[in-house]
Design a protein around this ligand. Structure first.
Ligand code: FMN
Length: 162
């Protein structure tokens, strides 16, 4: 089956996931690889990658997902988020992301992992008054700082080839 990989990535985390999918699938069946673009719509299977913005996918990905029509397309969603640690958090995001997809379209799989955030975010947390919330935010920032890691990419590859 031919496929396309589209992704939106501001700081490179989701791009790493897109690249890992590219390395996993047969090159000759790839119709398009890059940022959301109507050229990807020619493919039957579309891998759509997003970064999390305010609890859902970034706007560029949302707009692309909204352009998918009919039952011709199948979609695999992948994404990164600054917060992690609980599958229910990722599931919540994925549910919101799927609200952009026509219900006729089959979502064949999903994958999310944590993605590091810019140092400016940590500096902002540091200016907050001491509180359990501040400590949790700093801890989460530090946990995110090594993601996506090689295990994340392996798990993504496994989800894609399942
Ligand atoms: C403006 C902005 C809003 C964000 N909102 C969220 C959010 O609501 N939830 C979350 O978990 N991460 C949030 N993040 C973190 C990013 O989703 C995360 O770092 C992601 O891995 C970035 O992916 P990219 O490197 O592909 O751009 C936000 C980041 C930015 C810059």
């Amino acid at each position: 089956m031919n496929y396309a990989i589209v992704y939106s990535s501001r700081t490179g985390n989701t791009a790493m996931l897109a690249q890992a999918i590219r390395e996993t699938l047969p090159q000759e069946n790839c119709l398009y690889f890059g940022e959301p673009d109507s050229r990807a719509l020619d493919a039957e299977m579309i891998y759509v990658g997003f970064w999390t913005d305010k609890g859902t996918c970034d706007e560029q990905s949302a707009r692309f997902l909204q352009t998918l029509t009919g039952s011709r397309h199948q979609v695999f969603l992948f994404g990164t988020a600054g917060f992690g640690g609980s599958p229910s958090y990722f599931n919540q995001i994925l549910k919101r992301v799927q609200e952009n997809i026509n219900p006729e379209i089959q979502v064949t799989g999903t994958y999310m992992c944590q993605g590091k955030m810019p140092q400016t975010v940590r500096s902002r947390y540091e200016t907050m008054p001491e509180s359990p919330r501040r400590t949790a935010m700093l801890e989460n920032f530090d946990l995110a700082s090594c993601h996506p890691d090689s295990l994340d990419l392996m798990q993504l590859k496994a989800a894609v080839t399942k």
